[in-house]
Design a protein around this ligand. Structure first.
Ligand SMILES: *Cc1c(COP(=O)(O)O)cnc(C)c1O
Length: 300
């Protein structure tokens, strides 16, 4: 079923791996898992997270899907496209009112017949509140509500699929962290292996992010060794100071791996800086997960 949906949407599996040549490398090796190339429209890790959920939704004959996100959301963008192609009605609750100034993301949503509801920032804060969700469910009977970012426990198994595609072992796997579901999926996938999972926080909040990731991991589940680095958020979510933007341009040029400042730019900046600092042990084999997200940066 999952395979059928992937075929129907034109998802290219497995995503390619690309070895990087970096000045900062000594005996280590770096390979990028190019999930940004999974699909020309659907953002990489959003596909990984949505795949198991879409399979279940289609099997259950759900009437439509409703979800939440910001005006540049890679999740809303990916989900709106999937729903459009799969013939499922889709409602997007968007944080803030963009009617006067729609983003490229919201423009695409409208093209794909998404029903866009602009909600105030105050209302948006209730997006995980049980009473609020009951109220929405009553207003949208038969709809499946998917949380912001597509981040559910079910999403973890979709992310874990990445490990099955790898032809070799790695000592470290790196990925950006926002809601933490992607990192949690990797932590589960690499349980019982010597691979260490290293997250790079793209937003401020040390205790918050660690708790977010733990929240997705069932207490009984086995986990890989993992940690989150908090030194590369550049001031917070979607903050992109000039030096980060400069890095993104230079990186894209030098390695032919396009990066944007919200997620992948911070991840590769961290990789480069940690290598230069001698953080990684000699001979470390490092895998860096490019989660995609280039659409979200179109207006930056
Ligand atoms: C949403 C997103 C992330 C963050 O993933 P989480 O599972 O929320 O931690 C990383 N990269 C890109 C490109 C994203 O769109």
């Amino acid at each position: 079923m999952k395979q059928d949906i992937a075929n129907k949407l034109g998802i290219h599996l497995p995503s390619p791996e690309q070895r990087l040549t970096l000045h900062a490398l000594q005996s280590q090796s770096v390979v990028v898992k190019r999930d940004d190339l999974l699909h020309p429209v659907i953002s990489g890790n959003k596909w990984r997270k949505l795949a198991p959920q879409l399979a279940q939704i289609l099997a259950h004959g759900t009437l439509g899907i409703l979800s939440f996100g910001g005006g540049h959301s890679n999740h809303l963008h990916a989900l709106a496209y999937c729903c459009h192609k799969l013939g499922l009605p889709f409602t997007a609750f968007v944080r803030g009112d963009y009617r006067a100034n729609p983003t490229p993301t919201l423009f695409d949503l409208a093209q794909w017949q998404a029903d866009i509801r602009y909600v105030t920032k105050v209302e948006y804060r209730q997006r995980e509140n049980a009473n609020y969700l009951d109220e929405i469910q009553r207003a949208y009977p038969g709809y499946q509500i998917i949380p912001e970012g597509g981040s559910t426990e079910m999403a973890l198994s979709g992310v874990a699929q990445i490990k099955c595609e790898l032809p070799q072992e790695y000592d470290v796997v790196m990925a950006p962290v926002a809601s933490g579901a992607t990192l949690a999926g990797l932590i589960q996938a690499f349980a019982d292996t010597p691979t260490r999972v290293l997250g790079v926080a793209v937003l401020k909040g040390e205790a918050y992010l660690t708790e977010q990731v733990s929240r997705f991991l069932p207490a009984t589940a086995r986990t890989a060794e993992w940690s989150i680095n908090h030194d590369y958020h550049f001031g917070g979510y979607a903050k992109s100071p000039a030096d980060l933007q400069k890095f993104c341009h230079a990186w894209t040029e030098a390695h032919r791996v396009p990066v944007e400042p919200v997620y992948s730019g911070k991840l590769f900046y961290a990789l480069n800086d940690l290598l230069a600092q001698g953080y990684f042990a000699a001979d470390s084999r490092i895998l860096v997960l490019h989660t995609g997200g280039l659409q979200g940066a179109r207006s930056i």
